[in-house]
Ligand binder design. Structure first.
Ligand SMILES: NC(=O)c1ccc[n+]([C@@H]2O[C@H](COP(=O)([O-])OP(=O)(O)OC[C@H]3O[C@@H](n4cnc5c(N)ncnc54)[C@H](OP(=O)(O)O)[C@@H]3O)[C@@H](O)[C@H]2O)c1
Length: 250
């Protein structure tokens, strides 16, 4: 009930987990800013799904690594729906989608810029509004990769996700006196509709076998954890791990 009537910004909500989070926020009676980078059709589908679920929604194209674009996006959202009460930093560059001609440093910089700095930029863009009204909820979507020893291939992604945990703790510390909470949700394997664009069937089966519960999560299962965290006013600086038990060992 605490979320009803609130204004939310979900980054990377054109597909996958972000779209599922946006829809559940709509079901909870929120007004949702549906951020995306380039998938206009996907964002439009999410807006329609949020509205069908009973919420209001606005598609907002912005590269979250671009501070000016993010500030413009937040202004547009606030002009339509009022102060942003809830921020879900969900957008990411997919670690499996490195362009073949990109240098190691170029990929490192791009991954960190979107997957970590982008979350910081978005938090700063909504911060003053949350502090002024002495109420705000921020959830950063991390990954089990924040904990794992990464191959070079996954290293920029893992570092960005690990950094998100420190970002959460800092935001939680700064926000606590003002009623602003910040938490991390760290999922494991999620079976989104796009998973087939980066993993083969065989790789997906292998990944499932590495999960003690022997499956990946649905986007809705992780979205429910995000909604729970957004609604839990006494939880801050915490990490909600939802991964089918991958840290249990063999
Ligand atoms: N999938 C998994 O198995 C898994 C596991 C653990 C954690 N996670 C985490 O869960 C979250 C969602 O994952 P997912 O699989 O649903 O992601 P996804 O399918 O790769 O979708 C990524 C989203 O981020 C957006 N995006 C990319 N770059 C952006 C930028 N510069 N500015 C704004 N938006 C940008 C994309 O927009 P466009 O579509 O417009 O490009 C898209 O909406 C991520 O934080 C991810 O790290 C996922």
């Amino acid at each position: 009930m605490e979320l009803r009537g609130r204004t939310a910004l979900v980054t990377g909500a054109s597909k996958g987990l972000g779209a599922a989070i946006a829809v559940l926020l709509g079901r909870a009676g929120c007004r949702v800013g549906v951020n995306y980078a380039g998938d206009t059709a996907g964002a439009a589908r999410t807006v329609a799904a949020v509205e069908a679920a009973g919420g209001e929604a606005l598609a907002l194209q912005a590269d979250i690594a671009d501070e000016g674009a993010v500030q413009g996006m937040v202004q547009t959202l606030q002009a339509r729906f009022g102060t942003v009460d809830l921020l879900v930093n969900n957008a990411r560059i997919d670690p499996y989608k490195r362009p073949a001609d990109m240098s190691d440093l170029g990929w490192w910089n791009q991954t960190l810029a979107v997957n970590l700095t982008g979350a910081y930029i978005c938090a700063m863009a909504v911060w003053d509004g949350m502090v002024a009204q002495r109420w705000g909820r921020i959830v950063n979507v991390s990954s089990v990769w924040a904990y794992w020893g990464a191959s070079f291939k996954m290293l920029p992604y893992a570092v960005a996700k690990s950094g998100m945990h420190a970002l959460t703790r800092g935001l939680a510390t700064e926000g606590a006196p003002f009623g602003v909470t910040a938490n991390t949700v760290a999922p494991g394997l999620i079976i989104t509709e796009a998973i087939g664009t980066r993993l083969t069937e065989e790789q997906i089966e292998d990944a499932k076998h590495g999960v003690p519960l022997q499956r990946g999560a649905t986007p809705e299962e992780i979205a429910e954890a995000v909604i729970f965290t957004l609604g839990s006013g006494f939880t801050t600086g915490a990490v909600l791990e939802i991964n089918g038990g991958v840290h249990l060992g063999a």
